[in-house]
Design a protein around this ligand. Sequence first.
Ligand code: NDP
Length: 329
Amino acid sequence: FMSIKIGILGYGNLGKGVELAVKAAPDMELVAVFTRRDPKTLQIKTQGVPVVSTDDIENWKDKIDVMILCGGSATDLPVQTPQYAKMFNVVDSFDTHARIPEHFANVDAAAKESGKVAVISCGWDPGMFSLARVYSNAILPEGNDYTFWGKGVSQGHSDAIRRVKGVKNAKQYTIPVESALEAVRSGQNPKLTTRQKHTRECFVVLEEGADAAAVEKEIKEMPNYFADYDTTVHFISEEELLKNHSGMAHGGFVFRSGKTGADKEHNHIIEYSLKLDSNPEFTTSVLTAVARAAFRMYNEGQKGCKTMLDIAPSYLSEKSGEELRAHLL
Ligand code: NDP
């Protein structure tokens, strides 16, 4: 028995999460962590595993079965995933939904050329939520989809607030509206506007002498980010922000409410929900299971870009088909 050799590229929140998830996987071992920073400045948790500069990554081509890419979606992954799919089987968590087709095409060209497998956009959304949407749409072709996020921190919205003049630091929570969740759950098939689905709550630390009223107005009127939502702004101290708002909990709900019957008289609700204490630790638990599947698909001779929609469920599990049929089917 040979364990699957894993490399981590990028040591931020996800990089640290993959390190923990690989440790928890019975059939995997961490071989090296790669970084664009000076490797001497990184302190990783696992003893005996080298931290290596990405400048030397080519030397590791034959020593790693799957490289888990942990860069950011905005600027890292659009470059890194095609680049490293030329050398390794890779898995990434690219989450800019509108740009997934373009990312897929770039990665597919690179992975087809090298003969490797590259699984993109893994995690929870995209990822487990995508699976929930595809399963439920296939089963209930007539119906409505609903996705709610939260309660959790939105990195993009927190960044947008930090760019407002007079703001020193900020955290933004996306919160699903309880009455909207209930209306969906009870099969009412409501038509919901953006404002009716989520509210936004902001915790803001002001720079000295900043005008609170002006900051609040600018946040609430910000197009795309806040203007279409009921937004609450709280001004707090930096200590309070660090003490009470540095958690990384998140989650959400995916629903399909669909009809069957000669007169469409029967309604069915599929609800998939996640309540995550740690967004990065959950996301990387998904990435690590997907790495196992990528390794198997590669060994079968598959190549090119894939998403979680292309992975058979049993490939994610370290258990054999026999064990799965006996205990989890
Ligand atoms: P981070 O900002 O923590 O890390 C991104 C990269 O920043 C690291 O890989 C690291 O690369 C680099 N970096 C530079 N300086 C530092 C530093 N001082 N400390 C830590 N990292 C540093 O991002 P996350 O890991 O939180 O998230 C990565 C992406 O994952 C997000 O952009 C998001 O799009 C995606 N994501 C997807 C989800 C899904 O469900 N599909 C869910 C959650 C996140 P290096 O070591 O090379 O410098």
